[in-house]
Design a protein around this ligand. Sequence first.
Ligand code: URA
Length: 232
Amino acid sequence: MRLVNFIKKQCELGRPAARGLIAAGRVWVDGNQQRDGGFRVTPYNSIALDGELLQRGTPCYLMLHKPEGVVSATRHPDHTTVVDLVPAELRAGLHLAGRLDITTTGLLLLTNDGFWSKQLSRPENKVAKVYRVATEYPITAEYVQQFAAGIYFGYEDMVTAPAHLELLGECLARLTLHEGRYHQVKRMFGYFDNPVRALHRERIGELVLDPALAPGEYRPLTAAEISALSPR
Ligand code: URA
């Protein structure tokens, strides 16, 4: 439905009056002023007039198997984004609960619930993020100790929180982090001058990437999955 028709119906107004409210900047959609009466609204949009909620958007929580080459953003001039991978009717207010690099694959969460995504990314909530990492050179026991002790990141002038590294093969490991610094995994392996060849996120907290999802596919979270990742 067009925004002008939504306002007309909700506020029991004629079309010119509804257009007037929108043109005056009194109507907000998903926290943004919306002056285009032709804007298409769905049940997933939150719509307010003069700060008063007319429609609370239906909450939407998705898990996506992010493929390589797709950017973790809602919009990008040159690349397909993770939001482009979901149908247009689900995109209202949809944003990312955490990001992955363009080359990284695996579990990514998308939602229109800003409170939920914010608490997931709060460092004090220490939600575990589990990655499978393939490297150029062998990974040794020294890495396990160093990652547990922490690695100094000069740019931020901080030491990474204790991380658990499980060796799976000569150049393959599973790494569990409880924080999410920029390029964190690559920079931790960079400490040993060992380039990351492939990086895949398997899990966030209790939530494991559904093996039925091929790269590029998504599915809604179940109620149990949403609450498992919600603050207690
Ligand atoms: N660490 C990285 O280096 N890249 C990611 O995409 C995620 C964690």
